[in-house]
Ligand binder design. Structure first.
Ligand SMILES: Cc1cc2nc3c(=O)[nH]c(=O)nc-3n(C[C@H](O)[C@H](O)[C@H](O)COP(=O)(O)OP(=O)(O)OC[C@H]3O[C@@H](n4cnc5c(N)ncnc54)[C@H](O)[C@@H]3O)c2cc1C
Length: 473
């Protein structure tokens, strides 16, 4: 495995348990810290997103329960916890009855550093794979489009039957494949259009989280935000600012302005009422957030035999949707399935893995790209002083209105709509499941049609960007 983040560790876990001899090479020189709190201070410059908010979706939790129940148990023992559908319903919800499938609608609350720390600790302690830190892979070895292993930065060559690229979002897959005379990979890249700003907190002794069940975030058009619950009484707040709004981004990077903004945001304000203190003195910022899809099998043939990819090295989606660790884990499990069915044939493994990835995970990439294009359009209109909903002949305006005045209120009052929405959010139904379900569509439209007969939607934050900026001074 090139890389010991979520994808590398998940693949190591799955293949190691299946009896394969796995070596994970991780560039960051990160000796194992003793506790989750020490892991939060980890020097993980190879994966700087670790100090940003992370949601761990139900599909990921279910993969853990199904394939690695010991890791799931260790996560809970160390202070992560589960958030079950039905436990914290919106106060307006009536007529909710649990259904058998709800048992799989469970998310995990943890800091990303805690999640990765538990995974690494488990992999190392069980010896299911060997982990080498502080060593970088600098190239594939091999020739004539056939990988035979990797070359490390200290000159060591490691032979391998299969090299798994799990080197994250900055991986230059093409350069490595070209280095062994492979064919061009098929890569698509789309900007998400946002910059992430995150701050982490811990509840003061004796203080509780605000009641859950209400809002956990919002989209104001000029800013998106969310509150993420973590392990051991921690939580984080993330503000996502359009890439082009340099001024807002610059202002919100200061801890004082960040918190002043947070107190203006309906879902975040209660968390910042003095019940918690920051875990460090920084607002963590991360730009360069891309949607990315990279095919290592083109026209039915691997671009190079003996190399496959998992996680961000081959598929990234907008972090706001919280899917990356889930798709990294999912792609690792798909690889384990391909290896189980086709080892020792590296060509057949690659072709089968590509087929599974395209069928099961690619639809989520496509959905992210589509959703981001619309969000960028809205943000650009606001920044240019235009009304993004001004053109009523544009079908996108109607879609936004139905989302705002139909779907959103329906998720607060109608258990059928909420369940379908949460299943979708957790990657347990296909991206188009909501619009394909005629019952859900009818319920949403009926709520939309009654929009004039009910009070306006709850305010998520300042109505305009200027109002928010005014509150920062
Ligand atoms: C701001 C932000 C917020 C996010 N929020 C969420 C969220 O809420 N929920 C969610 O599920 N996902 C989220 N994600 C996505 C998630 O973090 C990634 O999808 C996930 O980390 C992918 O795992 P990975 O193993 O592919 O990559 P990484 O975890 O990034 O690991 C790649 C590893 O490879 C190592 N490496 C790189 N090159 C080499 C080399 N040449 N040799 C050896 N090692 C190398 C790096 O040091 C790194 O440790 C977020 C991402 C970002 C950027």
């Amino acid at each position: 495995m090139v890389g010991g983040g979520i994808g590398g560790l998940a693949t190591g876990l799955a293949l190691g348990k299946a009896g394969h001899r796995v070596t994970i090479v991780e560039r960051d020189d990160t000796p194992m810290p003793a506790s989750p709190d020490e892991a939060f201070a980890w020097d993980r410059r190879g994966a700087p997103q670790v100090r940003h908010s992370h949601a761990f979706l139900a599909r990921l939790r279910n993969l853990l329960v199904q394939h690695h129940p010991d890791v799931h148990r260790e996560l809970l023992d160390i202070g992560a916890f589960e958030m079950r559908f039905g436990e914290n319903l919106p106060p307006e919800m009536e007529g909710f009855e649990p259904e058998p499938d709800d048992a799989e609608l469970v998310m995990i609350a943890a800091r990303r550093t805690t999640f990765e720390w538990v995974l690494r600790r488990h992999v190392t302690a069980t010896g299911v794979a060997s982990v080498h830190t502080g060593r970088a892979v600098i190239a594939l070895t091999g020739s004539s489009a056939r990988a035979t292993g990797v070359l490390l930065d200290d000159g060591t060559e490691l032979g391998a039957d299969l090299v798994v690229l799990a080197s994250g979002r900055r991986a230059d897959v093409q350069a490595w494949i070209s280095g062994i005379d492979g064919r061009p990979v098929a890569e698509e890249v789309e900007d998400t259009g946002i910059v992430y700003l995150s701050r982490f907190y811990r509840l003061r002794r004796g203080r509780d989280r605000p009641p859950r069940g209400g809002l956990i975030g919002g989209d104001l058009g000029y800013l998106k935000y969310g509150v993420f619950v973590g392990d051991n009484d921690t939580f984080s707040i993330t503000l996502a600012v359009p890439t082009d709004d340099r001024e807002l981004r610059r202002r919100l990077t200061g801890p004082g302005a960040f918190e002043a903004a947070g107190r203006q945001l309906a879902a975040a304000a209660d968390w910042l009422d003095g019940r918690a203190e920051p875990l460090d003195d920084r607002v963590h910022a991360m730009a360069g957030l891309l949607n990315r899809w990279c095919d290592l099998v083109v026209d039915g043939e691997p671009v190079a035999v003996g190399v496959v990819g998992v996680g961000d090295a081959v598929l990234c989606t907008n972090p706001l949707y919280g899917r990356g660790c889930t798709t990294a884990f999912w792609s690792a499990q798909l690889l384990a399935d391909s290896v189980a069915d086709h080892a020792p044939d590296p060509r057949a493994i690659a072709v089968d893995h590509a087929h599974r990835m395209t069928a099961q995970i690619r639809p989520w990439y496509t959905a992210s790209v589509r959703q981001d294009a619309e969000a960028r359009r809205v943000a650009a209109a606001i920044l240019a002083g235009e009304d993004p909903d001004g053109d009523t002949s544009d079908s996108r305006t109607l879609v936004r209105a139905v989302f705002r005045d139909g779907l959103r209120p329906a998720t607060r009052t109608d258990p059928v709509v909420l369940r379908a929405f949460v299943r979708n959010l957790n990657l347990l139904s296909p991206p188009d499941a909501l619009t394909a379900d005629t019952d859900v569509v009818a319920r949403v439209l009926s709520v939309y049609e009654q929009r004039a007969q009910r009070p306006p939607e709850p305010v998520l934050g300042p109505a305009s960007r200027d109002e928010l900026v005014g509150a920062l001074t």
